[in-house]
Design a protein around this ligand. Structure first.
Ligand SMILES: [Fe+2]
Ligand SMILES: [Fe+2]
Length: 190
């Protein structure tokens, strides 16, 4: 585990500084959430370190990488290629860095939209990303979300997804179909 964490830290050190800072904050939050949910904090750290490795990639490269990786690219991902940074990042750390843990790969893949396939680590990485204090203007309910995430990951997922889908619709933005499905899935668990 420590070996692979070092490999990913090295990759992160080559990303733009602002993105590195975000990833480092998410890493600490993911470690704390792992602890309070009885999950190995090193797994939380690894998922967080991997989650945004493709976040700084230009749209054209995200599209070409996704197509080289034989991914199905849906309409909203053609319009907003940034939505592909999770799937592409997951494939990059698998192929180029040797990350094999399916739980980590799945967490990275779905950290933007959520998914009914997320396990505890996947939910922790998803939520830790949204709990970065620098996103407090975007998500002013972070304190409440953090409290929920410490004890009930499914409820925290639902509360975030419900608010986020509503907010995107209210602002006239497209919503990824997978995010709608995730919201509906977590609504049934709470
Ligand atoms: Fe991301
Ligand atoms: Fe992120």
């Amino acid at each position: 585990m420590l070996g692979i964490i070092g490999v990913i830290r090295n990759r992160v050190s080559r990303l733009p500084l602002g993105l590195q800072s975000h990833i480092n904050r998410v890493e600490e939050i993911a470690a704390r959430l792992s602890d309070s949910n009885g999950v190995d904090p090193d797994l939380g750290r690894l998922g967080a370190l991997c989650h945004d490795v493709a976040r700084a990639m230009p749209d054209s490269e995200l599209l070409s990488r996704a197509s080289d990786m034989n991914m199905d690219i849906c309409t909203i991902e053609r319009d907003i290629p940034m939505l592909l940074h999770g799937p592409v990042g997951s494939e990059i750390v698998r192929i180029e860095d040797g990350v094999e843990d399916e739980s980590i790969l799945n967490a990275v893949y779905w950290h933007t939209t959520g998914s009914d396939t997320l396990d505890e680590i996947g939910k922790i990485v998803f939520l830790a990303d949204k709990l970065d204090p620098q996103k407090n203007k975007k998500y002013p309910y972070q304190k409440y979300l953090y409290e929920l995430a410490g004890s009930n990951l499914d409820l925290a997922m639902f509360e975030f997804l419900r608010r986020e889908v509503d907010s995107l619709i209210q602002r006239g933005n497209q919503v990824h179909p997978r995010m709608m499905e995730s919201r509906d899935y977590f609504s049934q668990l709470v």
